[in-house]
Design a protein. Structure first.
Length: 167
């Protein structure tokens, strides 16, 4: 096996759910070279989620892969962390707390709902409350995920645009 393939496999093992572009940036290896090695290893599996391909060690099942991929986005992990700390909350309060537009939060909530991490509860007056489906498991998954600086910069740029568009 090659040294490059060993590096890729070890990095994916240490960073489950990393998406392809971040893998290229963080390893500083040519895209084509990473693609070549990913196609030739059984030690890395991929999952497509929300327009990105994420890579995992094979020990993660499909449900875990989808959940980790959802939490790899900074805004999604921030919203989830707010719900962990504060408990069930309204979407406006969560959006205000993390500093994003409600529409941005809703996009991330759709993906968190699809991954069965967050649920929207409606009261008899139609008001929505966000709640974690399984707080203990979600905490464990959040501890697995540590978005890299590149992901944080993209999400912060989206927040900046949201702020400019609201003004």
């Amino acid at each position: 096996m090659s040294e490059t393939r060993d590096r890729i496999e070890a990095f994916v093992s240490d960073n489950p759910g990393i998406h392809f572009s971040e893998l290229v940036r963080r390893l500083d290896v040519a895209r084509g070279q990473i693609q070549y090695h990913l196609r030739r290893t059984d030690s890395v599996v991929s999952t497509d989620f929300s327009g990105r391909t994420h890579y995992f060690p094979p020990k993660y099942d499909e449900r875990e892969r989808e959940r980790i991929a959802a939490l790899r986005r900074e805004t999604a992990s921030d919203a989830t962390a707010v719900l962990l700390r504060r408990g069930p909350s309204g979407p406006e309060a969560v959006a205000d707390h993390i500093g994003v537009a409600r529409s941005t939060l809703e996009w991330h909530l759709d993906h968190l709902e699809a991954a069965d991490l967050v649920e929207k509860r409606r009261d008899d007056r139609g008001r929505v409350t966000l709640a974690l489906v399984d707080p203990e498991e979600t905490l464990s998954l959040l501890e697995t995920v540590d978005p890299g600086i590149a992901v944080r910069l993209v999400d912060r740029f989206a927040r900046l645009l949201d702020g400019l568009l609201e003004a």
